[in-house]
Ligand binder design. Structure first.
Ligand SMILES: C[S@@+](CC[C@H](N)C(=O)[O-])C[C@H]1O[C@@H](n2cnc3c(N)ncnc32)[C@H](O)[C@@H]1O
Length: 357
Protein backbone atom coordinates (compact mmCIF):
# COMPACT_ATOMS: atom_id res chain seq x y z
CA UNK A 1 0.00 0.00 0.00
CA UNK A 2 1.26 3.49 -0.82
CA UNK A 3 1.11 4.80 2.74
CA UNK A 4 2.42 8.08 4.14
CA UNK A 5 5.63 7.26 5.97
CA UNK A 6 5.74 3.65 4.77
CA UNK A 7 9.08 2.03 5.56
CA UNK A 8 8.87 -0.47 2.70
CA UNK A 9 11.99 0.90 0.99
CA UNK A 10 13.91 1.29 4.25
CA UNK A 11 13.50 -2.23 5.65
CA UNK A 12 17.08 -3.33 5.00
CA UNK A 13 18.46 -0.09 6.39
CA UNK A 14 16.39 -0.64 9.54
CA UNK A 15 17.51 -4.24 9.94
CA UNK A 16 21.21 -3.53 9.30
CA UNK A 17 21.19 -0.61 11.72
CA UNK A 18 19.26 -2.44 14.43
CA UNK A 19 21.58 -5.46 14.13
CA UNK A 20 24.57 -3.20 14.81
CA UNK A 21 23.10 -2.14 18.16
CA UNK A 22 21.17 -5.01 19.75
CA UNK A 23 22.49 -8.09 21.58
CA UNK A 24 21.88 -11.66 20.37
CA UNK A 25 19.18 -12.43 22.93
CA UNK A 26 16.48 -10.23 21.48
CA UNK A 27 13.32 -12.09 20.54
CA UNK A 28 10.45 -9.62 20.94
CA UNK A 29 10.08 -6.78 18.44
CA UNK A 30 7.44 -4.12 19.20
CA UNK A 31 6.10 -2.06 16.29
CA UNK A 32 3.67 0.29 18.01
CA UNK A 33 3.02 2.82 15.22
CA UNK A 34 2.51 -0.09 12.87
CA UNK A 35 0.60 1.47 9.91
CA UNK A 36 0.57 -1.08 7.09
CA UNK A 37 2.40 -3.63 9.24
CA UNK A 38 5.26 -3.87 6.78
CA UNK A 39 7.98 -3.46 9.42
CA UNK A 40 6.47 -6.01 11.81
CA UNK A 41 5.91 -8.41 8.91
CA UNK A 42 9.57 -8.14 7.88
CA UNK A 43 10.82 -8.92 11.38
CA UNK A 44 8.17 -11.62 11.81
CA UNK A 45 9.70 -13.33 8.78
CA UNK A 46 13.10 -13.12 10.53
CA UNK A 47 11.66 -15.16 13.42
CA UNK A 48 10.84 -12.49 16.00
CA UNK A 49 7.74 -12.49 18.17
CA UNK A 50 5.94 -9.28 17.17
CA UNK A 51 3.80 -6.93 19.21
CA UNK A 52 1.98 -4.49 16.93
CA UNK A 53 -0.29 -1.52 17.57
CA UNK A 54 -1.89 1.42 15.79
CA UNK A 55 -4.59 3.91 16.67
CA UNK A 56 -6.39 3.42 13.33
CA UNK A 57 -8.75 0.47 12.99
CA UNK A 58 -7.89 -0.30 9.35
CA UNK A 59 -4.30 -0.61 10.50
CA UNK A 60 -5.37 -2.90 13.33
CA UNK A 61 -7.08 -5.12 10.74
CA UNK A 62 -3.98 -5.24 8.54
CA UNK A 63 -1.77 -6.07 11.52
CA UNK A 64 -4.27 -8.49 13.00
CA UNK A 65 -3.83 -10.44 9.79
CA UNK A 66 -0.16 -9.92 8.84
CA UNK A 67 1.10 -10.21 12.41
CA UNK A 68 -1.64 -12.00 14.35
CA UNK A 69 -2.44 -14.72 11.84
CA UNK A 70 0.14 -17.48 11.69
CA UNK A 71 -1.78 -20.66 10.95
CA UNK A 72 -3.25 -21.80 7.63
CA UNK A 73 -6.84 -20.58 7.24
CA UNK A 74 -9.01 -23.60 6.58
CA UNK A 75 -12.49 -22.03 6.25
CA UNK A 76 -13.98 -25.25 7.66
CA UNK A 77 -17.48 -23.89 8.29
CA UNK A 78 -17.70 -21.92 5.08
CA UNK A 79 -17.96 -25.19 3.18
CA UNK A 80 -21.64 -25.08 4.21
CA UNK A 81 -22.02 -21.97 2.02
CA UNK A 82 -19.41 -22.80 -0.63
CA UNK A 83 -19.32 -26.63 -0.95
CA UNK A 84 -16.60 -26.49 -3.66
CA UNK A 85 -14.16 -25.30 -0.98
CA UNK A 86 -13.84 -28.90 0.24
CA UNK A 87 -11.99 -29.84 -2.93
CA UNK A 88 -9.50 -26.97 -2.62
CA UNK A 89 -6.09 -27.54 -1.03
CA UNK A 90 -5.92 -25.74 2.31
CA UNK A 91 -3.15 -23.36 1.26
CA UNK A 92 -5.27 -22.16 -1.69
CA UNK A 93 -8.53 -21.67 0.18
CA UNK A 94 -7.99 -17.99 1.04
CA UNK A 95 -7.50 -17.17 -2.64
CA UNK A 96 -10.55 -19.26 -3.57
CA UNK A 97 -12.77 -17.38 -1.09
CA UNK A 98 -11.42 -14.01 -2.35
CA UNK A 99 -12.28 -15.07 -5.88
CA UNK A 100 -15.80 -16.03 -4.80
CA UNK A 101 -16.28 -12.64 -3.11
CA UNK A 102 -14.94 -10.71 -6.09
CA UNK A 103 -17.59 -12.28 -8.31
CA UNK A 104 -20.53 -11.14 -6.17
CA UNK A 105 -23.07 -8.83 -7.74
CA UNK A 106 -22.55 -5.24 -6.50
CA UNK A 107 -25.00 -3.63 -4.07
CA UNK A 108 -25.91 -0.02 -3.25
CA UNK A 109 -24.31 0.13 0.21
CA UNK A 110 -22.63 2.83 2.31
CA UNK A 111 -19.57 3.24 0.09
CA UNK A 112 -21.56 3.50 -3.13
CA UNK A 113 -24.16 5.83 -1.62
CA UNK A 114 -21.61 8.23 -0.13
CA UNK A 115 -18.38 8.01 -2.08
CA UNK A 116 -19.31 7.18 -5.68
CA UNK A 117 -20.68 9.52 -8.32
CA UNK A 118 -23.77 7.41 -9.02
CA UNK A 119 -24.74 7.40 -5.36
CA UNK A 120 -24.06 11.08 -4.66
CA UNK A 121 -24.82 12.92 -7.89
CA UNK A 122 -28.12 14.32 -6.55
CA UNK A 123 -26.65 15.35 -3.19
CA UNK A 124 -25.31 18.77 -2.20
CA UNK A 125 -21.83 17.20 -2.26
CA UNK A 126 -21.17 14.72 -5.05
CA UNK A 127 -18.08 12.56 -4.62
CA UNK A 128 -16.10 10.21 -6.79
CA UNK A 129 -13.62 8.22 -4.69
CA UNK A 130 -14.33 4.99 -6.58
CA UNK A 131 -16.02 4.04 -9.82
CA UNK A 132 -19.68 3.13 -9.28
CA UNK A 133 -18.89 -0.46 -10.16
CA UNK A 134 -16.04 -0.78 -7.65
CA UNK A 135 -17.95 1.03 -4.90
CA UNK A 136 -20.87 -1.38 -5.28
CA UNK A 137 -18.54 -4.38 -5.34
CA UNK A 138 -16.74 -3.16 -2.24
CA UNK A 139 -20.11 -2.92 -0.47
CA UNK A 140 -21.17 -6.39 -1.57
CA UNK A 141 -17.89 -7.94 -0.41
CA UNK A 142 -17.82 -6.10 2.90
CA UNK A 143 -21.45 -6.99 3.67
CA UNK A 144 -20.92 -10.64 2.81
CA UNK A 145 -17.87 -10.88 5.10
CA UNK A 146 -19.91 -9.40 7.97
CA UNK A 147 -22.82 -11.71 7.22
CA UNK A 148 -20.52 -14.76 7.32
CA UNK A 149 -19.12 -13.58 10.65
CA UNK A 150 -22.60 -13.03 12.15
CA UNK A 151 -23.67 -16.49 11.01
CA UNK A 152 -20.46 -17.95 12.49
CA UNK A 153 -19.41 -19.33 9.11
CA UNK A 154 -15.95 -17.82 9.53
CA UNK A 155 -13.69 -17.54 12.58
CA UNK A 156 -11.88 -14.34 13.62
CA UNK A 157 -8.62 -15.19 11.80
CA UNK A 158 -10.52 -15.71 8.55
CA UNK A 159 -12.57 -12.54 9.09
CA UNK A 160 -9.47 -10.37 9.53
CA UNK A 161 -7.74 -11.99 6.57
CA UNK A 162 -10.71 -11.19 4.32
CA UNK A 163 -11.09 -7.56 5.42
CA UNK A 164 -7.32 -7.00 5.19
CA UNK A 165 -7.46 -8.34 1.62
CA UNK A 166 -10.34 -5.96 0.83
CA UNK A 167 -8.64 -2.88 2.34
CA UNK A 168 -5.41 -3.46 0.46
CA UNK A 169 -7.16 -4.31 -2.79
CA UNK A 170 -9.72 -1.47 -2.88
CA UNK A 171 -6.97 1.07 -2.14
CA UNK A 172 -5.42 0.29 -5.53
CA UNK A 173 -8.60 1.47 -7.31
CA UNK A 174 -9.14 4.70 -5.38
CA UNK A 175 -9.68 7.78 -7.53
CA UNK A 176 -7.26 9.90 -5.52
CA UNK A 177 -3.79 11.34 -5.89
CA UNK A 178 -2.88 8.78 -3.22
CA UNK A 179 -4.58 9.67 0.08
CA UNK A 180 -8.28 10.18 0.85
CA UNK A 181 -8.04 13.86 1.78
CA UNK A 182 -9.44 14.66 -1.69
CA UNK A 183 -10.68 12.85 -4.79
CA UNK A 184 -9.96 13.56 -8.45
CA UNK A 185 -12.61 15.16 -10.65
CA UNK A 186 -12.22 12.64 -13.46
CA UNK A 187 -11.91 8.89 -12.93
CA UNK A 188 -8.24 8.10 -13.39
CA UNK A 189 -7.18 5.04 -15.35
CA UNK A 190 -6.46 2.69 -12.46
CA UNK A 191 -9.78 3.64 -10.83
CA UNK A 192 -11.61 2.49 -13.97
CA UNK A 193 -10.27 -1.07 -13.74
CA UNK A 194 -12.50 -3.65 -12.12
CA UNK A 195 -11.65 -4.53 -8.53
CA UNK A 196 -9.71 -7.76 -8.13
CA UNK A 197 -9.64 -9.05 -4.57
CA UNK A 198 -6.05 -10.09 -3.98
CA UNK A 199 -5.53 -12.42 -1.00
CA UNK A 200 -3.27 -10.86 1.63
CA UNK A 201 -0.06 -12.80 2.28
CA UNK A 202 -0.08 -15.18 5.24
CA UNK A 203 3.16 -15.18 7.22
CA UNK A 204 3.76 -18.37 9.19
CA UNK A 205 5.80 -17.92 12.39
CA UNK A 206 4.38 -19.72 15.40
CA UNK A 207 5.17 -17.24 18.11
CA UNK A 208 2.59 -15.77 20.38
CA UNK A 209 2.19 -12.43 18.54
CA UNK A 210 0.01 -9.66 19.97
CA UNK A 211 -1.90 -6.91 18.18
CA UNK A 212 -3.42 -3.81 19.80
CA UNK A 213 -5.59 -0.94 18.58
CA UNK A 214 -4.96 1.97 20.91
CA UNK A 215 -3.01 5.08 21.73
CA UNK A 216 0.65 4.15 21.97
CA UNK A 217 1.18 6.00 25.24
CA UNK A 218 -1.39 3.70 26.85
CA UNK A 219 -0.45 0.48 25.04
CA UNK A 220 3.24 0.82 25.93
CA UNK A 221 2.36 0.32 29.59
CA UNK A 222 0.80 -3.07 28.85
CA UNK A 223 3.72 -4.67 27.06
CA UNK A 224 7.21 -5.97 27.66
CA UNK A 225 9.69 -6.59 24.88
CA UNK A 226 13.30 -6.36 23.74
CA UNK A 227 13.22 -3.90 20.85
CA UNK A 228 10.76 -1.00 20.69
CA UNK A 229 10.56 0.42 17.19
CA UNK A 230 8.79 3.78 16.89
CA UNK A 231 7.63 5.23 13.59
CA UNK A 232 5.32 8.13 14.50
CA UNK A 233 3.81 10.70 12.13
CA UNK A 234 6.53 13.25 11.28
CA UNK A 235 4.28 16.26 10.76
CA UNK A 236 0.78 17.67 11.24
CA UNK A 237 -0.93 15.37 8.72
CA UNK A 238 -3.41 13.21 10.62
CA UNK A 239 -3.74 9.63 9.37
CA UNK A 240 -7.39 9.63 10.51
CA UNK A 241 -8.32 12.19 7.84
CA UNK A 242 -5.98 10.99 5.12
CA UNK A 243 -7.30 7.42 5.30
CA UNK A 244 -10.87 8.03 6.54
CA UNK A 245 -12.52 5.88 3.88
CA UNK A 246 -10.34 2.87 4.68
CA UNK A 247 -11.37 3.34 8.31
CA UNK A 248 -15.04 3.25 7.28
CA UNK A 249 -14.59 0.19 5.08
CA UNK A 250 -12.80 -1.53 7.96
CA UNK A 251 -15.47 -0.65 10.55
CA UNK A 252 -18.44 -0.54 8.16
CA UNK A 253 -20.39 1.21 10.89
CA UNK A 254 -22.55 3.67 8.88
CA UNK A 255 -20.93 6.74 10.45
CA UNK A 256 -22.27 10.27 10.25
CA UNK A 257 -20.11 12.01 7.67
CA UNK A 258 -19.64 15.62 6.71
CA UNK A 259 -18.08 18.04 4.24
CA UNK A 260 -16.76 17.80 0.73
CA UNK A 261 -14.78 14.63 1.36
CA UNK A 262 -17.32 12.85 3.59
CA UNK A 263 -15.13 12.77 6.72
CA UNK A 264 -16.15 10.73 9.75
CA UNK A 265 -15.67 11.97 13.32
CA UNK A 266 -12.06 11.39 14.32
CA UNK A 267 -11.87 13.27 17.62
CA UNK A 268 -10.76 10.10 19.44
CA UNK A 269 -8.05 9.35 16.89
CA UNK A 270 -6.39 12.75 16.71
CA UNK A 271 -2.71 12.04 17.18
CA UNK A 272 -0.72 14.19 19.59
CA UNK A 273 2.34 13.26 17.52
CA UNK A 274 0.89 15.54 14.79
CA UNK A 275 0.75 18.56 17.09
CA UNK A 276 3.72 20.90 17.37
CA UNK A 277 2.68 21.93 20.87
CA UNK A 278 2.12 18.40 22.20
CA UNK A 279 4.57 16.13 20.45
CA UNK A 280 7.64 16.70 22.61
CA UNK A 281 5.84 16.13 25.88
CA UNK A 282 3.99 13.09 24.53
CA UNK A 283 7.18 11.55 23.15
CA UNK A 284 8.98 12.09 26.45
CA UNK A 285 6.15 10.35 28.30
CA UNK A 286 6.39 7.41 25.90
CA UNK A 287 10.16 7.05 26.14
CA UNK A 288 10.05 7.16 29.93
CA UNK A 289 7.32 4.52 30.13
CA UNK A 290 8.88 1.97 27.73
CA UNK A 291 10.01 -1.32 29.31
CA UNK A 292 12.30 -2.56 26.53
CA UNK A 293 16.07 -2.97 26.29
CA UNK A 294 16.33 -0.78 23.19
CA UNK A 295 14.26 2.02 21.68
CA UNK A 296 14.59 2.95 18.00
CA UNK A 297 12.89 5.96 16.42
CA UNK A 298 12.43 6.66 12.71
CA UNK A 299 12.15 10.40 12.00
CA UNK A 300 13.36 12.75 9.31
CA UNK A 301 15.13 16.08 9.31
CA UNK A 302 11.90 18.00 8.59
CA UNK A 303 9.70 16.60 11.38
CA UNK A 304 7.97 18.49 14.17
CA UNK A 305 10.64 17.49 16.71
CA UNK A 306 14.19 18.72 16.17
CA UNK A 307 17.26 16.52 16.34
CA UNK A 308 18.15 18.13 19.65
CA UNK A 309 14.66 17.46 21.07
CA UNK A 310 15.03 13.80 20.19
CA UNK A 311 18.56 13.43 21.46
CA UNK A 312 17.69 15.13 24.74
CA UNK A 313 14.62 12.94 25.30
CA UNK A 314 16.14 9.60 24.32
CA UNK A 315 19.32 10.25 26.30
CA UNK A 316 17.15 10.23 29.44
CA UNK A 317 17.13 6.43 29.11
CA UNK A 318 20.80 5.67 28.35
CA UNK A 319 23.41 5.72 25.58
CA UNK A 320 22.04 7.51 22.51
CA UNK A 321 23.10 7.25 18.84
CA UNK A 322 21.72 7.44 15.32
CA UNK A 323 22.05 6.20 11.72
CA UNK A 324 21.04 8.16 8.58
CA UNK A 325 19.94 7.47 5.04
CA UNK A 326 18.96 9.79 2.17
CA UNK A 327 15.34 9.29 1.22
CA UNK A 328 12.92 10.30 -1.56
CA UNK A 329 10.15 12.55 -0.31
CA UNK A 330 6.61 11.09 -0.16
CA UNK A 331 4.59 12.63 -2.97
CA UNK A 332 0.84 12.65 -2.64
CA UNK A 333 0.45 13.33 -6.34
CA UNK A 334 3.24 12.22 -8.59
CA UNK A 335 1.82 14.13 -11.57
CA UNK A 336 1.52 17.36 -9.63
CA UNK A 337 4.28 19.88 -10.23
CA UNK A 338 4.49 21.29 -6.74
CA UNK A 339 7.56 23.25 -6.00
CA UNK A 340 9.22 21.13 -3.35
CA UNK A 341 12.21 22.55 -1.52
CA UNK A 342 14.12 19.38 -2.22
CA UNK A 343 13.18 15.91 -3.43
CA UNK A 344 15.37 14.24 -0.85
CA UNK A 345 15.10 14.26 2.89
CA UNK A 346 17.39 12.65 5.46
CA UNK A 347 15.84 9.72 7.24
CA UNK A 348 17.18 9.15 10.75
CA UNK A 349 17.09 6.05 12.87
CA UNK A 350 17.73 7.24 16.42
CA UNK A 351 18.34 4.72 19.17
CA UNK A 352 18.98 4.40 22.86
CA UNK A 353 20.33 1.45 24.79
CA UNK A 354 18.22 1.63 27.92
CA UNK A 355 20.05 1.49 31.26
CA UNK A 356 17.16 0.55 33.50
CA UNK A 357 14.07 -1.27 32.31
C1 LIG B 1 4.61 6.81 9.83
S1 LIG B 1 3.14 5.86 10.02
C2 LIG B 1 3.78 4.25 10.29
C3 LIG B 1 4.15 3.59 9.00
C4 LIG B 1 4.54 2.13 9.15
N1 LIG B 1 5.82 1.97 9.80
C5 LIG B 1 4.58 1.49 7.77
O1 LIG B 1 5.70 1.31 7.24
O2 LIG B 1 3.52 1.23 7.22
C6 LIG B 1 2.56 6.36 11.59
C7 LIG B 1 1.39 5.54 12.14
O3 LIG B 1 1.18 5.94 13.49
C8 LIG B 1 -0.20 5.86 13.78
N2 LIG B 1 -0.42 6.71 14.97
C9 LIG B 1 -0.42 8.05 15.06
N3 LIG B 1 -0.58 8.45 16.32
C10 LIG B 1 -0.69 7.34 17.09
C11 LIG B 1 -0.86 7.10 18.47
N4 LIG B 1 -0.96 8.11 19.33
N5 LIG B 1 -0.92 5.83 18.89
C12 LIG B 1 -0.83 4.80 18.03
N6 LIG B 1 -0.67 4.96 16.69
C13 LIG B 1 -0.59 6.22 16.23
C14 LIG B 1 -0.87 6.32 12.50
O4 LIG B 1 -2.20 5.84 12.41
C15 LIG B 1 0.06 5.72 11.44
O5 LIG B 1 -0.41 4.49 10.96
Amino acid sequence: MNYIGSKLSLLEFLEESIDKVVDKNCNIFCDLFAGTGIVGSYFKKKGYKIIANDIQYYSYILNRHYIGNHRELIFAKLTMEIPDLENIEIKNRGAFVCDYLAKLEGVDGFIYKNYCFGGTRDNKESRQYFSDENGRRCDAIRQKIENWKERKLIVDDEYYFLIASLIESIDKYANTASVYGAFLKKLKKTAQNNLILKPAELIINHQDHQVFNGDINEVVEKIDGDILYLDPPYNHRQYATNYHILETIAKYDNPKIYGKTGLRDYSKQKSRYCSRTQVKKTFRDLVLKARTKYIFLSYNNEGLMTLDDIKETMSLRGKYGFFTREYNRFKADKTNNRNYKANKTIEYLHYVVCKNI
